[in-house]
Design a protein around this ligand. Structure first.
Ligand SMILES: [Zn+2]
Length: 131
């Protein structure tokens, strides 16, 4: 399952980040991940994998927040910039979509949509931490 290996990498990155900041993880509330829509990852599967992998680590109990980034393309032929067009076919949910310019059907360059990055860790301040 692809989501599982993504979550594994994410957990590793968050642990490294906490260590680098000298934090134990008890103050960690949320982990924000930017996810391009073309990654075709299931949010549900990602969250489940994260929960399983976080168990027994300082990340246990923190929430994975997914921020989806829409795909945007640029067409060199007609100058179009915006969302990509791809066939509305269920089969495409399992394949990497073939992107085309919605105006002239020409080939396009991808500007965004393939992101997968850890963007933010939300920490409870010691004053706000529950007793
Ligand atoms: Zn075009």
């Amino acid at each position: 399952m692809h989501e599982y290996s993504v979550a594994e990498e994410l957990v590793r990155a968050v642990l490294a980040e906490l260590t680098a900041r000298g934090l134990q993880g008890e103050d960690l509330l949320e982990v924000h991940l930017r996810k391009g829509e073309l990654r075709l990852l299931s949010d549900e599967a990602l969250r489940q994998a994260y929960e399983i992998l976080a168990e027994g680590t300082p990340l246990a109990g923190s929430k994975l927040v997914l921020e989806e980034v829409k795909a945007e393309v640029v067409c060199r032929a007609c100058g179009y910039r915006g969302p990509a067009a791809y066939p509305d076919d269920p089969a495409y949910h399992f394949l990497t979509p073939i992107l085309a310019c919605p105006r002239c059907r020409g080939p396009v360059e991808l500007e965004s949509g393939r992101e997968l990055e850890l963007v933010q860790l939300v920490l409870a301040t010691p004053e706000e931490a529950p007793q």
